[in-house]
Design a binder for this molecule. Structure first.
Ligand code: ADP
Ligand code: MG
Length: 565
């Protein structure tokens, strides 16, 4: 129609789409999970909006997701009656990628030649809606925002452009129709018009989705006739509300992928329940890799807040301290108002109690990893250690636990970082402080002249190379009564009191032993030198001639002679 506009994808979006169209991700089935996940989010948002905004006129009596296939036309449609999108939202969120870390992802993808590594990167990033282009050569989306009258139709073949146009008739919510590529076993493209394929994918990836996912299926009827019936494909059980022993590993993993938008498995799972005056359930995950925006100032937090199964907000900063911002998951608090704002949450005493318990549990989980699952702990520390160390600066309540789970590089072993307990265990007799050096890299620190004396002494030095290290070592100051001391600051006196006394006693003894020799030499050389004495400055030469502190140097003496003095 002439109301259609053709627009260009933002450059970064176009590059990601290219990757999807030319499909470097081998598990194509996950496109359905992405579409269902978006539909589920849209239903969550609508339910919340209808509760909070009494003027919003929407029917929320039958919120659901529908999957429809047309075998003849080879299309698959995922439809929801959720919040929908306005025309501007469609252009904003589908035509561009606002996610932080996109540029970083694309740069890494360009640099990486290895197909496996590239897949992993895509998986870490999670490409959401664009995953549809792995299985479809054309995607149509029709949507109407709750409360608005007109709708929007969007269409694209996943190349450089898409079209948008207004539509008068559109059901509230969103429907996404994929024009499927031909099934191709070699390319892992299954027949996504087949009922059993869809059933299996929904069961595997989206069973816990809290809204019914329905499909109308055909069944043989009387004689030649076929009847149709609508079935719900998922069990809809809120995973976090179920007892731990009734949830299997695969369900946890799929749920993690739903809440985190990550395609990789989590590293660890924390499932807990709080009873008493303030009831809550928490299902938290430690990812297996850091997000690309872990250190971006506007980077996202990972915990969602629900109130009695109703989604309230993403990125709930009141539930997790900043240094644990990579933790993902859900907290369902039973006694909060649905209207609660972020500001009020930050002040809420009970939320603060929940947060303290969550933090303790996460740190206990890491501690257990360190004690019992070395490989997993190593991954954890490599990915998140630099963020966790931020906790040493202001989380004084958990400082001892944080110091226990800390790992740092050390001169003891170039390949293995150490913990502070390990360092203390290796301290030399008479060593009372813990020595550290900060710098840009291990090699820069190791080549610094400050290191010489420590190397000579055989003292281990912790090598701190993260920017946050300077700050926490200052703030923490000591570990188990031993001062954390920089090798580069102030006078570092490596000798202990005993060593100093022993050295003085030795010199005294030598003066006695050599008294006769010195007297004889002094008399014999009386015309040439002022004094003969024992030296402590030489290690290999037997003797040398030195001047008094106020004498002129041999070079100056020569110069004066040449000038005729
Ligand atoms: P993400 O889900 O991580 O935000 P997606 O690429 O999956 O990323 O989706 C991008 C955005 O498009 C969503 O955040 C949402 O705003 C919008 N969107 C996608 N699908 C729907 C839908 N079915 N209903 C409403 N909005 C949607
Ligand atoms: Mg999504």
């Amino acid at each position: 129609s002439n109301r259609a506009e053709t627009l260009e994808f933002q450059a970064e979006a176009r590059q990601l789409l290219q990757l999807m169209v030319h499909s470097i991700y081998s598990n194509k089935d996950v496109f359905l999970r992405e579409l269902i996940s978006n539909a589920s989010d849209a239903l969550d948002k609508l339910r919340l909006a209808s509760m909070v905004d009494k003027d919003l006129e929407v029917d929320t009596s039958d919120l659901h997701i529908e999957i429809e296939v047309d075998k003849a036309a080879r299309t698959l449609t995922v439809r929801d009656n959720g919040i929908g999108m306005s025309r501007d939202e469609v252009v904003q969120v589908i035509g561009t990628i606002a996610k932080s870390g996109t540029a970083e992802l694309l740069r890494k993808l360009r640099e990486s030649a290895d197909a496996g590594a590239r897949q992993e990167l895509i998986g870490q990033f999670g490409v959401g809606f664009y995953a549809a282009f792995m299985v479809a050569d054309r995607v149509e989306l029709v949507t109407r925002r709750a409360g608005e009258t007109g709708g929007t139709r969007w269409e694209s073949a996943g190349e450089g452009t898409y079209s948008v146009e207004p539509v008068d008739e559109a059901a509230q919510g969103t429907s996404v129709t994929l024009h499927l590529k031909p099934a191709d076993a070699e390319d892992n493209l299954h027949d996504y018009t087949a009922e059993w394929t869809i059933r299996e994918i929904v069961k595997r990836y989206s069973d816990f989705i809290a809204w019914p996912i329905r499909m109308t299926v055909e069944r043989p009827g009387e004689g030649d006739a076929t009847t149709t019936e609508t079935q719900t494909l998922n069990s809809m059980k809120a995973l976090w509300a179920r007892p731990r022993d009734e949830v299997d590993e695969a369900e946890y993993k799929e749920f993690y992928k739903h809440v985190s938008h990550d395609w990789a498995d989590p590293l660890d799972i924390v499932h807990m329940k709080g009873e008493g005056t303030f009831e809550y359930e928490a299902l938290l995950f430690i990812p297996s890799h850091a997000p690309l925006d872990l250190f971006a100032p506007q980077g996202r937090r990972g915990v969602q807040l629900y109130v009695k199964r109703v989604f309230i907000m993403d990125d709930c900063e009141a539930l997790m301290p900043n240094y644990l911002r990579f933790v993902k998951g859900v907290v369902d608090a039973h006694d909060l108002s649905l209207n609660i704002s972020r500001e009020i949450l930050q002040q809420d005493r009970q939320i603060q109690v929940v947060r303290r318990r969550l933090v303790k549990k996460i740190l206990a989980t890491v501690k257990d990893m360190k004690a019992n699952h070395a490989e997993r702990y190593r991954t954890f520390w490599t990915e998140f250690g630099a963020a966790v160390k931020e906790g040493l600066i202001d989380d004084t309540e958990n400082r001892d636990t944080l110091l226990e789970i800390l790992s740092v590089a050390s001169t003891h072993d170039p390949a293995e970082p150490t913990d502070l307990a390990g360092y203390v265990g290796r301290m030399k007799d008479g060593q009372s402080d813990i020595y550290y050096a900060t710098g840009e890299s291990r090699s820069m620190i190791e080549n610094s002249p400050h290191m010489e004396a420590f190397r000579a002494k055989g003292y281990e030095v912790l090598l701190l190379t993260d920017p946050v290290d300077e700050v926490w070592v200052e703030r923490v100051g000591e570990y188990e009564g031993r001062t954390l001391r920089s090798i580069a600051k102030g006078q570092v006196d490596l000798d202990t009191e005993e060593e100093k006394k022993a050295a003085e006693a030795e010199r005294e003894q030598q003066r006695k032993d050599f008294a006769d020799l010195l007297t004889w030499m002094g008399t014999t050389l009386a015309d040439s030198v002022k004094e003969v004495r024992l030296s402590s400055r030489l290690t290999t030469s037997p003797a040398c001639v030195v001047g008094d502190a106020h004498d002129i140097t041999p070079t100056l003496e020569k110069m004066y002679r040449a000038m005729g003095h």
